[in-house]
Design a protein around this ligand. Structure first.
Ligand SMILES: C[S@@+](CC[C@H](N)C(=O)[O-])C[C@H]1O[C@@H](n2cnc3c(N)ncnc32)[C@H](O)[C@@H]1O
Length: 382
């Protein structure tokens, strides 16, 4: 298997496509390191002193300064380049997938699968997903183009490699899954779940990592798109890890009460809404057996801990990268929300990112080491 294609469902990229994707990674890296630093400097050395001189006071909040950044040509150019790099990424990956979509649909037909896939054409995709193309991905998570379609899954799988720039486990993109299990093992070193549910699984990057630690368990995973679930199923089968995928809303699934020992999610909660969040926790409570645990992984920044530039940069994610609940999630009082849904033994804190989870590790509870080095974990027991 070549290094750019760790499993047969991963869309193949020819020489020119690889060159294009790598150039976009470089461009994203340049924006995130060099130009991001330049914007911080513009804010601190020009926009802030000018604001204080003009108004004779400190700014009351970051929005006042964002308004002063917006007319700056350098800021406009930066924002345009960040959006353009993102659009170039989806365009490059989309073209590569469309060239081989028939082959991918054929490869997704699995004989004698160990897991399964269940789609629901009547599922109403929640508005917080359907309203905008999250991450500017054309077609979003749920776009589906026919009964055998797998396109959005293929685009997401290939795109995530470029998007994460190698920071989430390269082509497998599975560090978050290992980190979830690491958190579980840090809190419950003897834990042996026999039924697991991963919510908001997308193509199963984290799901398969989680399932790999518990071969005795029956693992289920849900998300809102039919094409996405078909791709996730085929990918899991080709990687020989049995998982039962189904197209469902995490707020109200069709699983029986008290039917899981462990429920997980990875980077899902910040893509929901203030109304959905308690519904999802409530659903976790309904689905867990007494004594069962939930472990949710979220973005590591908390709003209170962010400086002014990071908050302005966060506004970009909301306005132009179409992550409307980004701020809601990083200001949410997860401890209170979990307790309101009757969870006990609740913990909210940072877990070190890892490529291999060890039972009894002590990597939970310290300060955040930053993006992709730590993740925020929210866990509790029914
Ligand atoms: C950033 S992606 C998660 C990535 C994936 N868990 C991983 O670690 O690779 C967020 C996912 O959550 C899903 N999602 C958001 N709200 C959901 C809901 N109410 N029910 C099911 N899936 C949901 C989205 O469709 C999307 O696929």
């Amino acid at each position: 298997m070549d290094a750019h294609r760790p499993h047969p469902m991963m869309p193949e990229s020819n020489h020119d496509e690889i060159a294009e994707q790598l150039a976009i990674v470089d461009m994203k890296m340049f924006l995130a390191t060099k130009l991001d630093g330049g914007q911080r400097s513009l804010l601190e050395n020009k926009v802030l002193p000018e604001f204080e001189k003009k108004h004779g006071r400190e700014p009351r909040n970051h929005q006042e300064l964002r308004k002063e950044m917006e007319p700056e040509t350098a800021y406009q150019a930066y924002v345009t380049m960040v959006s353009t790099a993102q659009d170039m990424m989806w365009d490059a990956v989309g073209t590569c997938v469309d060239r081989q979509i028939d082959d991918l649909m054929n490869l997704a037909e699995i004989e004698n699968p160990k897991g399964s896939v269940r789609v629901n054409p009547d599922l109403e995709v929640p508005r917080y997903i359907s309203a905008q193309d999250i991450h500017r991905m054309p077609g979003n998570y749920h776009g589906t183009y026919g009964e055998r379609d797998v396109r959005q899954g293929a685009v997401f799988d290939r795109g995530a490699v470029v998007y994460q720039m190698g920071r989430n486990g390269g082509y497998m993109n599975d560090i978050r899954g290992h980190t979830i299990v690491s958190h579980y093992f840090s809190r419950w070193p003897e834990g042996k779940p026999l039924r697991i549910l991963d919510m908001g699984c997308t193509v199963g990057h984290s799901t398969l990592a989680i399932a790999s630690y518990f071969p005795e368990a029956e693992t289920h995973a849900i998300d809102v798109g039919a094409g996405m679930m078909r791709y996730a199923h085929a990918r899991a089968e080709r990687l020989n890890i049995p998982v039962h995928f189904s197209q469902q809303n995490a707020e109200c699934t069709d699983f029986d009460d008290e039917s899981f020992d462990l429920i997980t999610s990875s980077a899902m909660l910040h893509e929901t809404s203030g109304k959905a969040l308690p519904n999802i926790l409530n659903e976790c409570h309904r689905l867990l057996k007494p004594g069962g645990a939930m472990v949710h992984l979220e973005v590591p920044g908390r709003y209170d801990e962010m400086d002014t530039w990071s908050r302005i940069r966060g506004d970009y994610e909301i306005q132009y990268n179409y992550e409307p609940f980004w701020k809601g999630a990083i200001t949410a009082d997860f401890d209170k929300l979990c307790k309101e849904e009757n969870f006990s033994n609740v913990a909210v804190g940072y877990q070190d990112a890892t490529v291999k989870a060890e039972r009894g590790n002590t990597e939970f509870g310290g300060p955040s080491k930053g993006v992709h080095r730590s993740w925020l974990m929210i866990s509790g027991v029914k």
